[in-house]
Write a protein that binds this ligand. Structure first.
Ligand SMILES: [Zn+2]
Ligand SMILES: [Zn+2]
Length: 268
């Protein structure tokens, strides 16, 4: 779902909440129009921002608030509307035209968190093209450095994720290809998939996680100067997004919600 569609969704939410507040709509009308599990499913399948999906879920709860704690209904409507307006503001101006440094292999996988990203730093969650955001993870995070062989023969960090819903597989990170050391210096070699192990939650043993990625981009001008000008046959200016300098991967267990700062790796 692109920015424009997400803005339109927020405007609809604000309109329905406003209409509820001024009694132009009943809760039943609102549920029929927008605040329904069906709508949440639709937004999920379109790859809509999780922040908006969570908001619609909470709007669905207004019905319960009306029947259980009716004197809290109005304050809840106001709070939800304020949140929708804050979210809508986050799309303003520069954000729509912002050139985020999304690495090529994450273009259709990373849902950018615009409140935490700019042209130098990228933060976002991983969402499958089917809309699911829970993944199992294969990795070689505990690989050992072998002092007998040179650095470009060492296995690089490799992280593969599989969608819980449709089982589609994605390479989330391969140190031999992604980031400055792999992409520019051709350090490391690609670890074989046989050497990867499945990750499970240390607290509850679950295999599924929500995955967040942070990327510190390479400075575009510096990349042009050092790489494109030096090796014009190898690189173009737009390649700077693939030669990023740092990656972090944060996981949240999809079962017990335990959150772990898992990978924190400098790549230049
Ligand atoms: Zn999927
Ligand atoms: Zn867990």
């Amino acid at each position: 779902m692109d920015n424009r569609c997400e803005q339109q969704e927020l405007i609809k939410i604000i309109g329905v909440l406003d209409s509820l507040k001024s009694d132009a709509l009943t809760i039943e009308d609102a549920n029929r129009l927008l605040f329904a599990p069906k709508e949440v499913k639709h937004l999920e399948s379109e790859g809509c921002s999780k922040l908006i999906i969570d908001l619609v879920w909470e709007c669905c709860e207004l019905e319960n608030i009306q029947s259980l704690i009716p004197d809290k209904l109005e304050s809840n409507i106001i709070k939800l509307k304020e949140r929708a307006i804050e979210l809508l503001k986050s799309y303003n101006g520069n954000d729509n035209n912002m050139e985020y440094p999304i690495p090529t292999h994450l273009k259709h996988l990373l849902k950018v968190d615009m409140s935490k990203s700019d042209s130098n730093y990228l933060s976002g969650s991983i969402v499958c093209e089917c809309g699911c955001d829970k993944f199992s993870i294969q990795h070689n995070e505990n690989r050992e450095y072998d002092p007998q062989i040179s650095f470009d023969e060492q296995d690089g960090l490799k992280v593969i994720v599989n969608c819980k819903e449709c089982e589609k597989e994605y390479v989330l990170f391969d140190e031999s290809k992604h980031g400055f050391n792999g992409f520019v210096n051709e350090d490391c070699r690609t670890a074989s998939n046989d050497s990867l192990k499945e990750l499970s939650c240390k607290t509850c043993g679950s295999r599924f996680f929500f995955v967040n990625v942070g990327i510190e981009a390479e400075d575009k001008n510096q990349f042009v100067e050092e790489c494109v000008n030096e090796f014009p046959e190898r690189f173009t200016a737009e390649d700077y997004v693939d030669s990023f300098d740092w990656i972090t991967i944060t996981l949240c267990c999809a079962n017990c919600n335990e959150s772990v700062d898992w990978i924190d790796l400098e790549l230049s």
